[in-house]
Write a protein that binds this ligand. Structure first.
Ligand SMILES: [Zn+2]
Length: 394
């Protein structure tokens, strides 16, 4: 898909795929506006799809009007997908989870939630809120049509021609039905997981839900072989989605879906580009961190690692200014990014620490040492919980 690191894709294939991922937005996408404070972006390939539809219509000798109507219908479908995504986003906001942005792609919408809701009942409502929007659209068109004396028909769908509103209702009905199939990566899969997670551990609930999804995919594929090749394609998609969900949860359960801001150091030292290295040496000897963000105001200009420091000291002595020794190319983490993805960036760039920014301003420092300590403490606490649980029951 040509975008940054995609950790996991969630939510339905037809309407939406909600992605819990790192700081960067997809390249080649432009902001067309914002709704409820959430930026809405359109990916370049979306315009290609519209051009494609115009081209196919005109190529088949249809009138320019029919071709334009086809393109407008596609835009309307995507409008409904945006509303579906907003349904998820507003439900998530209700639980204090930010949605960073929504990007429209030919395959649907792509939302970036800040984190996955950890409480099963929250996940249930967030997952249901998307399909609920399609249900409302279906009901609204149905009621509106009846009011103007027209009886809408679910069976009456035509890609070219037919009633625009009736077609839109049918598409929304299928978006609703499709997303409620209890299989990852559809919304229904998340609903199933949330229900299961009330009775068992989250990781186990995910595995069970993933297996149910794969069983459904298998039946789809089998039916598709005899009936409709398109079903085989969907089956394949569902199968892979379930597989991916089962795999992501392993990482997820150890890092607990933690955002960077919960794992970063907030008490750390920075240095300025004009400081002499002697000042940094003092900080190191005083027991502060090993690597120092070099800042101007709250803007990070570089990182001075221990390797930079020792090399520059050996070459130029303690009066060398920090700017001559620092790294100018360095990765940064966004404070709302998931820890898992920040650690991947760190691993790929072979760094031991990374400045954490929020809207471009330095807010913390992420170091491997500190994350390691955090995980050790968390696992110790978990063991303690397991040890005390039987005692509490008696
Ligand atoms: Zn959805």
């Amino acid at each position: 898909m040509g975008c940054g690191t995609v950790l996991s894709l969630r939510y339905g294939p037809d309407g939406d795929r909600t992605e819990i991922t790192k700081g960067k937005r997809m390249r080649w996408s432009w902001k067309i506006g914002s709704l409820a404070g959430i930026g809405i972006y359109v990916h370049a390939t979306f315009f290609l799809l519209i051009l494609f539809i115009l081209f196919v219509n005109l190529h088949e000798g249809k009138s320019l009007e029919t071709a334009a109507a086809g393109a407008i219908f596609v835009v309307a479908i995507f409008g409904c997908i945006v509303l579906h995504e907003l349904g998820h986003a507003l439900a998530a906001r209700h639980y204090g989870i930010r949605t960073r942005d929504i990007t429209l792609l030919p395959i649907g919408g792509l939302s970036r939630l800040e984190r996955i809701p950890e409480v099963p009942s929250q996940e249930l409502w967030v997952a249901l809120a998307g399909p609920a929007v399609n249900a409302i659209i279906v009901a609204a068109i149905f009621a509106g049509s009846l009011l103007i004396g027209f009886r809408p028909q679910l069976r009456d769908f035509r890609w070219a021609g037919g009633s625009f509103l009736n077609n839109l209702m049918v598409v929304n009905f299928w978006l609703l039905a499709f997303n409620l199939i209890p299989a990852f990566p559809m919304d229904g899969g998340r609903v199933l997981r949330a229900i299961l997670a009330r009775r068992m551990e989250y990781a186990r609930a995910t595995l069970v839900a993933a297996r149910v999804g794969q069983a459904i995919a298998f039946v789809f594929g089998l039916v598709g072989l005899f009936r409709d090749p398109f079903l085989v394609f969907i089956a394949l998609f569902v199968w892979m989605g379930a597989e991916q969900e089962a795999a992501t949860v392993q990482v997820h359960s150890s890092l607990g879906g933690m955002p960077v801001q919960q794992a970063m150091l907030t008490n750390f030292r920075t240095v300025q580009p004009d400081d002499p290295l002697s000042k940094v040496v003092e900080q190191v000897l005083d027991g502060w961190q090993q690597d120092f963000p070099v800042v101007f105001g709250d803007h990070v200009l570089g990182m001075l690692t221990r390797e930079n420091l020792t090399r520059a000291l050996a070459q130029g002595g303690t009066e060398t200014p920090v700017r001559a020794a620092m790294n100018r190319e360095f990765p940064t983490a966004d404070s709302h990014e998931m820890l898992e993805s920040a650690l991947t960036t760190m691993r790929n760039s072979k760094s031991r620490s990374m400045p954490v920014v929020d809207d471009g301003a330095l807010v913390g420092l992420l170091t491997l040492d500190h994350v390691g300590e955090l995980l050790t403490i968390r696992s110790a606490l978990r063991q303690a919980q397991h040890a005390t649980r039987p005692a509490q029951r008696t």
